[in-house]
Design a binder for this molecule. Structure first.
Ligand SMILES: *Cc1c(COP(=O)(O)O)cnc(C)c1O
Length: 358
C-alpha cells in the first residue's frame, strides 16, 4: 500500500522523554512550557520574530480573521483545501472567488482588481502546494484598496521568498501542523502576525477572550495547543533536515520519471521549494480517472487535491463560476510523497502512470 502521505513519527525514545517531563510537571495544557519552547524554536527555525501556536490550521485562519476584524467580503482562491473557505463562512464572511492562474495554480493577481470592492476587507491567498504566490502584485492591490492580506501558508512550511521567510508577507500568515503536513504536531497550527501590537489580542482570542482573572475584554474561543502535541512538534523539528532531504530526493525521482509526460505546477522562481506535494496535471478528467484506477488497482492511493473546486460548494450563495479552477480540479492528482517512501514504490507509480497515459 502506498498512500498519498504517511504521518512522520519521530524517534520514540525522544518523544517518551518529553512525555516523562509532562508527567513530572502534571502540566498538560493551557500554555504550558513545551508550547512555549516550540514557539521559540519554530520562530527561530522559520526566521520570524514570533509565532503563536494554536489547536489546528482552521483555528489559525479563524483567529486571524477575528484578530484583524475581517467582515463582509474576502477575496480568496477556489483551488485549495475546503478549510480556507469554510473558515470564512463560519465567521460570517462571504468568500468572493478569484480564479487561479493555470500554471502556478495560485490565485491570479491580474483578476484581483475586478474582484476587490469597497465591501472587501481582506484577500486570503494560499501558497498552493508550497508554491509562493505573486505576493508583490497581491500586496500592491491590497495597499491601493486598503484591505488586509491573510496568507494561508498551510503548505508553505519553511518556504522562503526573495531570501526571507514567506511568513513575513501580508498582515498574518497561518499554518497547519496536521499529521498529514510536512511538519506536524498531530493536530496543530500557528499564526505569524506581522503587527506586534496585535499578538496579545490573538493570544486572548485563543483562550476564551480572557485577559486575566478579572477581565474578559474579547469574544474568544478555545484554540489552545496542548503539551503532548507540542512535544511531537519538538521531536519532528529535531529531524526536519532529514525529512526535507528525503522529500527532495523522492521529489526528484518523480520529476525525472514524469516531467516529459505530464504537466507540472510552474514554480515561482522567487520562492524556494519544500517538496511538500507532487501534483500532476493530466490531459483530461477521463485520463485522470484511468490513471487513478490503475494506481488503485495496484494498492497505490493518490489523492485528487484539490477536488472539487470550491466555487461549486452548495452553501456558497450566490453562485460563482471559476472555469480555470474547475478545469484544473478535474484533472489534477497528487502522488504519494513522504520521507521513507521506497524508490521501488516510486518507480512502480511512474511505470503505472506512463502505461495508462497512452
Ligand atoms: C490542511 C489545510 C488547512 C486546515 O488545517 P487543519 O490543521 O487541518 O485544520 C487549511 N488550509 C489548507 C490549504 C490546508 O491544506
Amino acid at each position: 500500500m502506498l498512500n498519498v502521505t504517511r504521518t512522520y513519527l519521530p524517534d520514540l525514545k525522544r518523544y517518551q522523554s518529553y512525555v516523562d517531563r509532562i508527567y513530572k510537571s502534571g502540566w498538560v495544557t493551557n500554555n504550558g512550557p513545551l508550547v512555549g519552547e516550540l514557539e521559540s524554536k519554530l520562530a527561530e527555525y522559520l526566521g520570524v520574530p514570533e509565532l503563536v501556536l494554536v489547536a489546528n490550521g482552521t483555528a489559525a485562519l479563524e483567529i486571524a480573521y477575528r484578530t484583524l476584524e475581517i467582515d463582509k467580503f474576502a477575496v480568496t482562491t477556489p483551488f485549495t483545501f475546503v478549510a480556507t473557505t469554510s473558515s470564512l463562512v463560519t465567521n460570517g464572511i462571504n468568500p468572493i472567488f478569484n480564479d487561479i492562474d493555470p500554471r502556478s495554480l495560485n490565485l491570479d493577481p491580474k483578476l484581483l482588481k475586478q474582484n476587490v470592492s469597497p465591501n472587501t476587507s481582506a484577500i486570503v491567498p494560499v501558497h498552493v502546494f508550497g508554491n509562493a504566490c505573486d505576493v508583490d502584485s497581491i500586496e500592491l492591490v491590497a495597499g491601493e484598496m486598503g484591505v488586509k492580506v491573510i496568507y494561508d501558508c498551510a503548505h508553505a512550511f519553511g518556504v522562503r521568498y526573495k531570501d526571507e521567510s514567506i511568513l513575513k508577507r501580508g498582515d498574518i500568515s497561518t499554518m497547519s501542523f496536521h499529521a498529514t503536513k510536512l511538519f506536524h504536531t498531530i493536530e496543530g497550527g500557528a499564526l505569524v502576525i506581522n503587527d506586534p501590537s496585535l499578538v496579545e489580542r490573538a493570544r486572548y482570542l485563543i483562550n476564551f477572550g480572557i485577559e486575566n482573572e478579572e477581565s474578559i475584554p474579547h469574544l474568544g474561543t478555545n484554540a489552545k495547543m496542548n503539551e503532548f502535541e507540542a512535544a511531537m512538534g519538538l521531536c519532528v523539528l529535531e529531524e526536519i533536515e532529514s525529512i526535507l532531504d528525503q522529500r527532495a530526493t523522492a521529489y526528484s525521482r518523480y520529476l525525472s520519471g514524469l516531467s516529459d509526460f505530464v504537466t507540472l505546477q510552474a514554480k515561482n522562481p522567487d520562492g524556494s521549494s519544500n517538496f511538500s506535494y507532487f501534483p500532476i496535471i493530466l490531459e483530461s478528467e477521463a485520463v485522470l480517472k484511468r490513471v487513478e484506477a490503475s494506481l488503485k488497482a495496484n494498492g497505490i492511493n493518490p489523492r485528487r487535491y484539490f477536488y472539487p473546486s470550491l466555487d461549486t460548494l452548495s452553501y456558497i450563495e450566490p453562485r460563482q463560476i471559476c472555469e480555470i479552477s474547475r478545469g484544473i480540479s478535474s484533472r489534477i492528482l497528487c502522488l504519494p510523497l513522504y520521507p521513507g517512501i521506497s524508490s521501488q514504490g516510486q518507480d512502480k507509480v511512474i511505470k503505472i502512470i506512463l502505461k495508462s497515459l497512452f
